[in-house]
Each structure stands twice: as C-alpha cells, then as structure tokens.
Write a protein that binds this ligand. Structure first.
Ligand code: SF4
Length: 62
C-alpha cells in the first residue's frame, strides 16, 4: 500500500506529478519547478494557495 499526505490544491492541479519511492511513500512533485525556480520541486503540503494552480482536465466541470 502506498502512503501520501493530502496535498491540498496540488491534488487537483495539472502540474502535479506523484512520485513513489521504494518504501511505499508517494511524494507530490510540482512540474512547474522545472521551468520556474519560484516553485519548489516538492512544495510543503498541504498547499492552500498557489498562483500557478491550474485545474486538471479530469477535475474541470462538465
Ligand atoms: S503549480 Fe502550485 S498547485 Fe500546482 S502542483 Fe505546483 S505547487 Fe501545486
């Protein structure tokens, strides 16, 4: 079983990537950190507000 804390906004964000490690934990990586150093690679969770947030397609209202 994998363990991970609730990531707040990141859990609904297009830029989140979940990264498992070998001990069964899963980390929330921010893909924006690749191109913008203002974003930490692994933000402190839960993220409550973020100017880079963009809703994931599967979260968008239909
Ligand atoms: S852009 Fe903000 S809300 Fe989205 S994954 Fe990065 S830190 Fe989380």
């Amino acid at each position: 079983m994998t363990r991970r804390p609730a990531a707040g906004l990141c859990d609904r964000c297009h830029h989140q990537r979940l990264v498992p490690n070998t001990r069964g934990s899963v980390f929330s990586l921010c893909e924006r950190s690749r191109s913008d150093p203002a974003y930490p690679r692994y933000p402190r969770l839960p993220v409550r507000s973020c100017r880079g947030f963009e809703v994931r397609d599967d979260e968008a209202p239909r």
